[in-house]
Design a protein around this ligand. Structure first.
Ligand code: NAD
Ligand code: DAU
Length: 363
């Protein structure tokens, strides 16, 4: 940051945060409202199975906060919100986010992730032009490391220049949306930002994902379904670290650039599940099955299962001064404690629809 920028007082921003009722989105909304209480925050979320207004209930009624239940494919709604709120920033989290669901039904992934992102870009481009193309407007697209495909154990980690090679319908739809965002900067000069990050975990994580699924199954005494040989590797990023990285990119990132965000925590799935079992043995008083490791069950592999993801976060560290602060052991402990003290949050999510989904994936 230059001397001049440091001295200039920060101007309040007016943001639409799409997908703000989901896992990462709601963590980000809390982060932003706490850090920048003078900013206007409008959450736009369709409240799909993954969206939950409870995630934001402590913010309801706050002067600078507004929740709008709506679809990112609804152009008229977005046009209206941009205008009536005088929006200068879109932080775009809304997506279909789960790989196993994209294998069962890819159509919704193309609609929300590709068509929805396109709809937001078009609306924001017109709004930006109508307001004289201000260069401090931002369209921040939150994306994933899965667009880069799969690594072998000794391959170098993904950098911002790694070629795209998405393998699942989910990652292909995110890759498509990344390309659209990139093209809107290149063609129209729209001030965009793209971040590609690794596997998040922490509070408000929907039960279908590995860490909450295993944690909840341990509490219920249900089998812990490890796909394939359990040797797949993910780089785990505590969601609070992700939010601070997004904050840094939104404030200091260069328009048109992409930044990779990683946790510096590569772990094999089976080792992660063992860590989780050990923590639960220690922290949960009344486990139906103890030790929890006895519940580990190897099940058939996910079709097209990517072997390894790893992020080279040199760019965001050297250019913007961000690096993760939470180790996987610290993050897992915080997460387990949160799930143990928020049973009233996750129990209603194990609905009839969720059980049907579960039967299909683990049949
Ligand atoms: P999530 O599934 O928990 O939440 C998605 C949110 O988007 C939900 O609140 C849902 O209601 C909303 N939504 C879905 N379709 C919508 C539509 N058509 N219109 C408006 N809202 C809609 O997802 P998440 O895990 O919080 O992921 C957020 C973003 O981060 C996604 O873009 C995802 O691709 C990306 N990402 C996630 C991870 C991860 O580990 N979870 C890692 C890298 C990138
Ligand atoms: O890398 C970033 C991505 O991380 C995000 O873009 C996605 O939105 C997010 O869902 C996540 O994708 P993954 O497929 O890596 O996450 P998931 O929690 O589904 O699985 C993590 C690993 O655990 C993966 O190798 C599959 C494995 N797994 C998962 C489940 C749900 C199992 O072995 N058993 C399971 O039951």
């Amino acid at each position: 940051m230059s001397f001049d920028q440091e001295l200039r007082p920060r101007q309040p921003r007016k943001l639409i945060i799409t997908g703000g009722a989901g896992f990462i989105g709601s963590n980000f909304v809390h982060h932003w409202c706490q850090q920048y209480p003078g900013d206007r925050v409008v959450v736009l979320d369709a409240l799909t199975y993954a969206g939950n207004r409870k995630n934001l209930e402590d913010l309801e009624g706050r002067a600078n906060f507004r929740f709008v239940a709506g679809d990112i494919c609804d152009r008229a709604l977005i046009d209206r919100l941009l205008k009536e709120e005088g929006i200068d920033t879109i932080a775009h989290f809304a997506a279909e986010s789960h790989v196993d669901r994209s294998i069962l039904g890819p159509g919704e992934f193309v609609r929300t992730n590709v068509v929805g992102t396109f709809t937001l870009l078009e609306a924001f481009r017109h709004h930006w032009i109508e307001n004289g193309r201000p260069n401090d407007y931002r369209f921040h697209h939150v994306s994933t490391d899965e667009v880069y495909g799969s690594l072998e154990p000794d391959d170098p980690a993904f950098s911002e220049t790694t070629s795209y090679a998405p393998n699942s319908p989910y990652s292909a739809s995110k890759a498509g949306s990344d390309h659209l965002v990139r093209a809107y900067h290149h063609t129209y000069g729209l001030p965009t930002l793209i971040t590609n990050c690794s596997n998040n975990y922490g509070p408000y994580h929907f039960p279908e994902k590995l860490i909450p699924l295993m944690g909840i199954n341990i509490l219920l005494g249900k089998p812990l379904p490890v796909y394939g040989d359990g040797q797949n590797i993910r780089d785990w990023l505590y969601v609070g670290d992700h939010c601070s990285a997004l904050d840094v990119v939104l404030h200091k990132g260069t328009a048109g650039e992409t930044y990779n965000i990683g946790g510096n925590n590569e772990v094999k799935n089976i080792d992660l599940v063992h860590k989780l079992c050990e923590l639960m043995n220690e922290l949960a008083p009344d486990l139906p099955v103890r030790p929890a490791q006895n519940l580990i069950t190897f099940v058939k592999d996910r079709p097209g299962h990517d072997r390894r993801y790893a992020i080279d976060a040199t760019k965001i560290r050297t250019e913007l001064g961000w690096s993760p602060s939470v180790t996987v052991d610290q993050g897992l402990q915080r997460t387990v404690e949160w799930f143990l003290s928020h049973q009233d949050w996750w129990q209603p999510l194990l609905s009839k629809e969720y059980q049907e989904y579960y039967r299909k994936v683990y049949a």
